[in-house]
Design a protein around this ligand. Sequence first.
Ligand code: T5A
Ligand code: NA
Length: 217
Amino acid sequence: TARSTAIFRGHLVVIEGLDRSGKSSQCQLLLETIQASRQRARYVKFPDRTTPTGQMINSYLTGQAQQDDHSIHLLFSANRWEAIKGIEEDLMNGFTVIVDRYSFSGAVYSAAKENPDLSLDWAWYPEIGLLKPDILFFLDISSADAAKRGGYGAERYETERMQARVRTLFTELFQRLDNVHVRVIDAGRSIQEVHQAILEGVDELPWDQPLDMTLGK
Ligand code: T5A
Ligand code: NA
């Protein structure tokens, strides 16, 4: 039978990774490639520093403001929750939504602070019930390769000790979340090679799956 005018929803594609692993570069390339093939796509970055919660987060990250560890953690989470309805609408309108950092960064960076009252479990909890990505690409890079891309910047979490803990915790979190489709990508390769690896994963995604709001359940 002829395929009717059924419009499939877009894919929720999340790109996570260590600092300077090339997330933003890859999101941009993926966006361009999808749009060049005449499909609809949008780019979303977390934290979104433009909203009121995002402005508070930005002040914290740049050292202009102090925050309790739990309080800043919940602001990062709120910054996602306030965006999720819009993302859902875009997906239902057929846009592939490319997300630059998501709940996984959210849990891992807070838990990496070694605050005994802020475990990975505690940090994950506020993310439960957000949209589950159709695929999550984890851009993995050794600290040596990352260092070649320029020194750490001035923002709060950009220290070697913090980065090492973040890497360990990402692995721990992915092991726990056995229903999330995670693909680890060697991000030490050229920008084009990494792009090809991501495209292969995106091209394999089915088009007929319902939206899944069960992240972490
Ligand atoms: N955070 C975030 C939380 O604590 N909780 C949360 O909930 C969230 C969402 C800000 C901080 O907030 C934390 C995590 C962060 O510490 P951010 O704004 O995403 O988060 O951080 P950014 O500084 O924007 O991102 P990164 O520094 O991690 O950079 P990217 O996006 O990974 O890397 P990109 O693409 O900008 O590339 C970096 C450099 O490397 C080059 C690029 O040209 C660029 O110069 N490059 C390559 N060079 C060689 N080979 C390749 N394959 C390359 N790919 C890129
Ligand atoms: Na970035």
